[in-house]
Design a protein around this ligand. Sequence first.
Ligand SMILES: Nc1nc2c(c(=O)[nH]1)N[C@@H](CN(C=O)c1ccc(C(=O)N[C@@H](CCC(=O)O)C(=O)O)cc1)CN2
Ligand SMILES: NCC(=O)N[C@@H]1O[C@H](COP(=O)([O-])[O-])[C@@H](O)[C@H]1O
Length: 189
Amino acid sequence: MRIAVLISGSGSNLQAIIDAVASKDLKHVEIVAVIADRNCYGLERALDAELPTWFVERSETLSSEIDEICENEKVDLIVLAGFLSILNEEFCTKWDKKIINLHPSLLPKYGGMGMYGAKVHKAVLANNEKESGATVHYVSSGVDEGEIILQESFEIPAEADLDWLQQKISEVEKPLLLKAIRKLADKSI
Ligand SMILES: Nc1nc2c(c(=O)[nH]1)N[C@@H](CN(C=O)c1ccc(C(=O)N[C@@H](CCC(=O)O)C(=O)O)cc1)CN2
Ligand SMILES: NCC(=O)N[C@@H]1O[C@H](COP(=O)([O-])[O-])[C@@H](O)[C@H]1O
């Protein structure tokens, strides 16, 4: 399965995919494109791994530029791994059930516009939630509204702070994302 990974940040989840492919923990998967919408450390990770990499500026044409790359590279699955631009309706319709997103909460809670990165963790802690987790879902035109593929939850201890939650989410979401990609890759054989 030919995958494109879309990033906007440090790329630790991209690195998890890179490492899983290299170690054959993720079989029948090839990263054929890494696409960033801003300068970010994830780009360095992609270049270090000598992966085909694109930088697409945030603009009205972002979705169509990403579409062209994914068409040209014959992408089978688009993985949003910390990607922070909203893909337009035309793109989401065309690539329906071929785009997945990793989100750092138990959707439908703490999803939608404005809910990304530490903003999610701060909201979860502010509401004194007793559990949280990560979600992998199909991407639809609405933000974080697509069909859920997999979720992994954990209890939040009373003494948990932002650092604890960020670390716990980071630990939980990487195997969850790999499990989702593996599930879709196995289906595609
Ligand atoms: N059409 C869709 N596009 C995207 C989805 C989606 O479900 N449907 N998921 C997001 C990822 N995401 C949460 O998982 C998310 C990303 C960004 C935002 C947000 O509020 N973004 C801000 C800008 C942030 C920035 O560029 O620094 C905004 O658009 O104003 C919310 C949720 C990826 N795309
Ligand atoms: N709403 C989307 C969102 O918040 N995604 C989150 O961004 C981080 C990216 O980390 P990374 O760049 O190190 O992979 C991850 O925690 C991911 O769940």
